[in-house]
Design a protein around this ligand. Structure first.
Ligand code: MG
Length: 419
């Protein structure tokens, strides 16, 4: 696909910018958004420019952040507002094309190829600058825009200069602008891949582009091939329309605990609490889980995950939670400290799929049918009276921040990936 015009628009320091929009006085002080500001273990998910000057980093806990900056102000995240403003920002993008594909809450790919002719002789950079100005004036936050012929270098471009800047990387600019950059600047270049490439002496995008494809594939497999293709400007992945419904592939929820948790009781409690919103989403989407995956982080944020397929697809909280718990009990020493757990339902299928319908032939099925009735009734009550109206009694532990009726989110997962 030659001659495409792809933009990547990225909001600068999104969470912190929205908080400053809400309370402009926060601009004058070092400020960080923390998952749980009252706890010293609460994790920083975003920070403003002043806090950054003090060396405060995303992923620091509240205690460490305060050590770096004594006067830092912590604020609680306003996730609903982040979503609302994200929609308003995307609405501006949609004035230019319907090929707007959000890539996380604060960034989107745009494909202007089919609509360029509508903008009366304006070039891609003019349009990028116009979008940037409109977001600044109409919403009050800044974005950086990368303009390119493919997604990969559009994203490199939006990262290249910020805040509030446009960077153009067309084919003729790739060698000059992108080649000197580290491989990690490229889309989907994870830590593992970049470390392996480093072992091969490949540290920059240019070195990867010039490397022998076979060598890269031998050491990194399919992921390596993809990165090698990207480095060589081979990315013809289309930008999806904003209005194409997305297939939900998995539903997960994670949580970093108020303190490290230990032992069967606390792990069980946490897992049941996590399975609750996960199964509520499954019901909402009309899906059943074909498998369950658990990711566990230790106090050093080292993470490991395991997954298992279910004999029968389910949306029952009890079944998802028990499967997740067994998976953990089998694969981890749950008496060692655990910092965070994420429970994800995978291999989703539609509720209506015939082979997943409940039958009542044996005792197991009858028990299932009963559980189904209980959880159905709970879902009905919640639909009328709100999520906090009813929950299973066997999970609630204020000490670790579980089952307190507050939103369960994983500050790590939700942290902005910037810098
Ligand atoms: Mg951003």
């Amino acid at each position: 696909m030659a001659g495409r015009i792809i933009l990547h628009c990225d909001c600068n320091g999104y969470y912190a910018s929205v908080e400053e929009l809400l309370r402009p006085e926060l601009k004058q002080v070092p400020m960080a958004v923390a998952g749980d500001p009252k706890s010293r273990h609460g994790v920083i998910v975003a920070k403003n420019a002043l806090a950054k000057k003090f060396g405060v980093q995303t992923g620091d806990n509240v205690y460490t952040a305060r050590q770096k900056c004594r006067d830092i102000v912590f604020v609680t995240p306003h996730h609903d507002l982040y979503h609302q403003i994200s929609q308003r920002v995307n609405a501006i993008y949609l004035d230019y094309t319907d090929l707007v594909d959000p890539f996380g809450i604060d960034e989107s790919f745009l494909d202007l190829t089919p609509t360029m002719h509508l903008f009366h002789g304006k070039g891609p950079k003019d349009i990028a600058d116009e979008i940037r100005r409109r977001v600044r004036e109409e919403i009050g936050i800044t974005i950086s825009v990368g303009v390119s012929f493919c997604r990969v270098f559009a994203k490199v471009g939006s990262d290249y200069k910020k805040p509030d800047a446009t960077t153009v990387i067309m084919r003729e600019d790739v060698a000059r602008v992108a080649y000197p950059l580290p491989v990690s600047a490229m889309l989907y270049a994870g830590r593992k891949s970049t470390e392996r490439l480093e072992m091969l002496g490949i540290t920059t995008i240019g070195a990867l582009a010039r490397a022998k494809k076979d060598l890269v594939v031998r050491f990194l497999g399919a992921a390596g091939e993809q990165l090698w293709r990207y480095a060589n400007s081979m990315d013809d992945e289309p930008v999806r329309s904003y209005y194409t419904p997305r297939e939900v592939k998995s539903v997960g929820r994670g949580m970093t605990f108020r303190r490290d948790i230990y032992g069967a009781d606390e792990v069980r409690c946490a897992i049941f609490a996590l399975a609750d919103p996960v199964c509520a989403s499954l019901r909402h989407e009309g899906k059943l889980a074909g498998g369950v995956s658990v990711q566990v982080k230790d106090p050093n944020f080292k993470s490991r995950s395991k997954q298992v397929l279910l004999k029968k697809p389910t949306h029952l909280q009890k079944e998802v939670a028990e499967t997740a718990y067994e998976l953990m009990a089998k694969n981890w020493n749950i008496n060692l400290p655990i910092r965070s757990i994420t429970v994800t339902c995978i291999d989703l299928c539609d509720e209506a799929t015939p082979n997943s319908q409940m039958t009542m032939f044996d005792e197991v099925d009858q028990r299932r049918e009963k559980q189904e009735k209980i959880e159905d009734a709970m879902a009905g009550i919640r639909a009328k009276m709100g999520r906090g109206a009813i929950r299973f009694g066997y999970y609630r532990n204020e000490e670790i921040g579980v089952g307190d009726g507050k939103r369960h989110g994983d500050p790590q997962a939700e942290a902005e990936e910037e810098e």
